[in-house]
Design a protein around this ligand. Structure first.
Ligand code: NAD
Length: 494
């Protein structure tokens, strides 16, 4: 049974059907059956949500809520999430096939931590004052610089970490007094409904958080083009992100972009091979490879290539694939049939380009599931950096191993990509690791680990992987604008 039985839009503190009355199914990728139905919002509903958020932002009551009260509210939200952590985890598992062991130990935990972290910062708003004596009179004046909310934030989020990528926008937006319209991915709306229920239970003022579910392009476009939206916080593919950047120019919206990746994970021959292989496996197959930071290009020093390939293949073939609700499962189904088709077409392109398939390369049907589910075997190719499987984001359990000769060669290949989201280095030589980390064009580099995240650590991309950072204190800048208030000249007493 789903933790959320009946899903509606949440606008202006009320649950409601779409203006059209239409509903759509949300599908469980494990059973290929509908989990439940959800309101199918349209442009009219997006407009209603923006208007509610606008009223909330313009009234200033929310923006000027005392810091201790805002802090208390966000801590209450975190408490509620923790109390219902199993339900939140279950939503993600049902809706996108994320294995419950990770949904419960990573997604549900970091979700509460995001509200605690930004709730703590909300208790301590930043501001500054300074003395200046500018020309022409050089009289002494004092200036206060204060941070104000940007106003209405549209949060547009993808299907692969529905809760975390929503909360990494909603929590800092709330902490800084903005009103929010959230549009989750059309395939994975369930957990956003559960989150709205938590906000309602916590007593969040009406209009602060508004949820619209429905077709991505229609709702997304409506938000991007709406005059009443001040900022777009987007996580998704580079293609959709480019379109949003172009369209948001008309109304000069502030935008932050967390986009795609094709991250290089470098294994030097001097690495502790057992842990390097474990990290490589977690780097690409965690979350079924449906993760923006996926270490999908594994660069291996040529003299260790055979050893790495055979250990890697054995580890990939040993991964437990099956029902994501089973706590033993490591690999669940891909989130949708379209993801499965995309993976199949990239595997075909790899084979057509002459890449050497070392394992996987086909669908699989876990016995307990009666032939149902969009499961795909962990797949490893030995290839080259010019193949489409090494240049384009596949967003599935497909790894391309690419040999290199020395440190300079590894850096050259790693940076030979349009993306710049993440990277990894496996070596026992820390000086080399730091040299390489500094040379890599990517927003994050894990040394002797991979795919670790913390709510206090800034995260985001270089190059076409986007701009702006999520998590950490620096994000608050993206949700505020700075105002300088000049006080009259100070008359000196003699
Ligand atoms: P997507 O770009 O297809 O969709 C992202 C969101 O945009 C969804 O809510 C979707 O409904 C909406 N959307 C679709 N068309 C739109 C339009 N024309 N205007 C406005 N919004 C529109 O991405 P996805 O398939 O859901 O997610 C996978 C992608 O997200 C991958 O490329 C992945 O790398 C990226 N991603 C990046 C990060 C990061 O932090 N950099 C994190 C997770 C995922």
């Amino acid at each position: 049974m789903s933790p959320v039985e009946y899903c509606q839009l949440y606008i202006d503190g009320e649950w409601r059907e779409a203006a059209s009355g239409d509903r759509m199914e949300t599908i469980d990728p494990t059973t290929e059956a509908a989990i439940t139905t959800i309101a199918k919002g349209s442009e009219d509903d997006a407009a209603a949500a923006v208007e509610a958020a606008r009223r909330c932002a313009d009234s200033k009551d929310w923006a000027r809520m005392p810091a201790t009260e805002r802090h208390g509210l966000m801590m209450t939200i975190a408490d509620i999430i923790e109390r219902h952590a199993d339900e939140f985890a279950r939503c993600e598992t049902l809706d996108m096939g994320k294995p419950i062991q990770f949904a419960r130990s990573i997604d549900a935990v970091l979700l509460a931590e995001l509200f605690r972290f930004y709730g703590a910062l909300a208790a301590d708003p930043e501001g500054a004052a300074r003395s200046v004596a500018p020309p022409p009179d050089h009289a002494l004046r004092q200036v206060m610089t204060v941070r104000e909310p940007v106003g209405v934030v549209a949060a547009i989020t993808p299907f692969n970490f529905p809760l975390l990528l929503a909360a990494s926008k909603i929590a800092p937006a709330m902490a800084t007094g903005n009103a929010i319209v959230h549009k989750p991915a059309s395939a994975t709306p369930l957990s956003a409904v559960r989150l709205a229920m938590a906000f309602e239970e916590a007593g969040l003022p009406r209009g602060v958080y508004n949820l619209v579910t429905g077709p991505g392009a229609e709702l997304g476009n409506a938000l991007v083009e709406h005059e009443g939206v001040d900022k777009i916080a987007f996580t998704g593919s580079t293609g959709v992100g480019k379109g949003i950047i172009a369209k948001s120019a008309d109304t000069v919206k502030k935008v932050t972009m967390e986009l795609g990746g094709k991250s290089a994970h470098i294994v030097f021959a001097d690495a502790d091979m057992e842990s390097a292989v474990q990290n490589a496996v977690f780097g690409i197959f965690y979350n079924k490879g449906e993760i923006c930071t996926a270490g999908s290009r594994l660069l291996v020093e040529r003299r260790a290539l055979d050893e790495v390939l055979s250990a890697l293949t054995a580890a990939a073939e040993a991964l437990v694939i099956g029902d994501p609700l089973d706590p033993e499962t490591f690999l669940g189904p891909l989130a949708s049939e379209s993801q499965l088709k995309k993976v199949e077409s990239y595997v075909k392109s790899g084979l057509d380009a002459g890449a050497d398939l070392r394992c996987g390369g086909e669908r699989t049907e876990p016995a307990s599931l009666d032939g149902k589910g969009w499961f795909y075997k962990p797949t490893i190719f030995l290839g080259t950096n010019d193949m489409a499987i090494a240049r384009e984001e596949i967003f599935g359990p497909v790894l391309t191993v690419i040999p290199f000769d020395d440190e300079a060669d590894a850096i050259r290949i790693a940076n030979d990509t349009e993306f710049g989201l993440a990277s990894g280095v496996q070596t026992s030589d820390m000086a080399k690791a730091l040299r390489v980390a500094n040379a890599l064009e990517a927003g994050v580099c894990w040394i002797n680990s991979y795919n670790y995240f913390d709510v206090s650590v800034p995260f985001g991309g270089y190059k076409r992987s986007g701009f702006g950072r999520e998590c950490g204190r620096a994000t608050l800048e993206a949700y505020t604008q700075m105002k300088s208030i000049w006080l009259p000249a100070i008359e000196e007493t003699r």
